[in-house]
Unconditional design. Structure first.
Length: 448
């Protein structure tokens, strides 16, 4: 799965192309600016933009068809959904790493089958915990319990979908990966049906769960696992999954933390306005996502991966600067055109939202590098940053949108600087996993 995909959350809705660089720019970023990572990089970039655009349509429709309070409920729940999806996303990253480091001569099939079964078990366990926590979550976010319950249901097919994408990603089958990502647009479009029929946040989550199940089923048809066989060597262990989950949890929680704080601290109307403003942060966060997706298999190389990381960081940072400039110049007309005249006043704080997302996009690359090498330092930095943001917001208790996003943007920029510096200072050799020295993967995902 693309770690995103929900109205009001990272990577979900692109309000208007005029605010940001175009699809061609992002595709060039992957195939040229990041060092020609793979021939399929452009396809992945285009597929991700298409899938996110479908979610943006859902977000815009929700902002227009739901009240500000109901829209705030929906975005808060989808933020929680993203955080609850972290274990599956961690498995996806570790699955990709495992396939990229497959021992030479290993038959295709048993490794994929084992990883899919583990991912399904992870999704089921997390879904059970989420279902038990549904009443508490409903009370904290001031929503009905049906929404959190449907949120839990969607976690099982999401885990399978993530595992399939990890297999395709790690074996560098980027053409098929692009097709599967493109199909996610259909899953997100399912959320439009209850909105058009007058349904609320819970109905949208139920439709999204059904759409995710459909995409997961199609993905399982794509990945051929073959008959069962001997246990493959070098399967990822719990430590690798835990390290990946720590990094992704910190990243995705921080990307959505301000939404939850705004929902808890501000009144219904203000939290709804904050949810609209956060769309800009999410676009800036997820727009360069294809760089990290395509780069992950090759970031497992301690030496070449460091050079690749530097090039990718430079491109993503440059894109972020363009996004902030676009927000300064074009935020008001875009907000008024897409969300309505009532949201035009958010243009004053739009650059802060975009700056937050752009800073977290650079952190995302460092997190993927840490996962590729089995490191956990970046995860601890993210956890510390999130805790600090919560303490500051709850202590200061800002009364408006500008106050909350100001704290969030400052935290994200400081974290980006610290994360890059920390990666530069760490030893060049990763943990190496259980397979041995890392070698750049071939297109088939086998080591040469």
């Amino acid at each position: 799965m693309t770690p995103h995909d929900e109205p009001g959350e990272p990577g979900t809705h692109r309000p208007a192309v005029v605010l940001l660089p175009g699809d061609a720019d992002t595709a060039a970023l992957v195939d040229a600016g990041a060092g020609s990572l793979a021939p399929g990089g452009s396809l992945v970039a285009i597929a991700l933009l298409g899938a996110n655009a479908a979610a943006y349509v859902l977000a815009v429709a929700a902002s227009r068809l739901l009240s500000a309070d109901a829209y705030g409920q929906l975005t808060a729940l989808l933020g929680v959904l993203l955080v609850a999806s972290v274990p599956a996303l961690a498995v996806q990253a570790v699955v990709a790493r495992s396939l990229a480091r497959r021992p030479a001569g290993e038959a295709s099939g048993p490794r994929e089958r084992t990883l899919l079964l583990r991912s399904a078990a992870t999704g089921a366990a997390v879904a059970a915990v989420a279902a038990l926590a549904a009443p508490l979550l409903a009370a904290f976010l001031h929503v009905g319990v049906a929404g959190p319950l449907w949120l839990a249901v969607g976690l099982v097919p999401f885990a399978l979908q993530a595992a399939v994408q990890g297999i395709l990603q790690g074996s560098e089958r980027f053409g098929l990966l692009a097709v599967l990502i493109g199909l996610q647009a259909l899953g997100k479009a399912a959320g439009l049906v209850p909105l058009l029929l007058g349904g609320g946040p819970a109905a949208v989550l139920a439709a999204l769960a059904a759409g995710t199940a459909l995409v997961a089923g199609l993905g399982l048809l794509v990945v051929r696992t073959g008959p069962g066989g001997a246990r493959p060597a070098g399967l990822p262990g719990r430590r690798e999954v835990a390290l990946a989950a720590g990094g992704l949890l910190g990243l995705l929680a921080l990307a959505n933390l301000d939404l939850l704080l705004a929902r808890h601290l501000l009144d219904g109307t203000q939290s709804g306005r904050y949810a609209v403003g956060s769309v800009l942060a999410k676009v800036a966060f997820w727009l360069p996502q294809a760089v990290a997706v395509v780069a992950l298999p090759r970031l497992t190389d301690p030496e070449g991966g460091r050079r690749l990381l530097r090039a990718a960081l430079a491109v993503v940072a440059g894109l972020g600067a363009l996004e902030v400039a676009g927000a300064v110049l074009l935020a008001r007309p875009v907000l008024e055109l897409v969300f309505g005249p009532a949201y035009g006043s958010l243009s004053a704080v739009a650059p802060l939202f975009v700056l937050q997302g752009a800073a977290l996009a650079t952190v995302q690359l460092v997190v993927y590098r840490s996962i590729a090498l089995g490191r956990g330092v970046t995860g601890w930095l993210l956890v510390a940053a999130g805790a600090l943001e919560v303490l500051v917001v709850l202590a200061v208790r800002p009364t408006g949108v500008a106050g909350v996003v100001g704290v969030a943007a400052t935290t994200a920029v400081a974290l980006a600087v610290l994360a890059v510096l920390a990666d530069e200072r760490l030893p060049r050799r990763g943990t190496g996993g259980t397979i041995g020295p890392v070698r750049p993967p071939t297109r088939s995902g086998r080591t040469p």
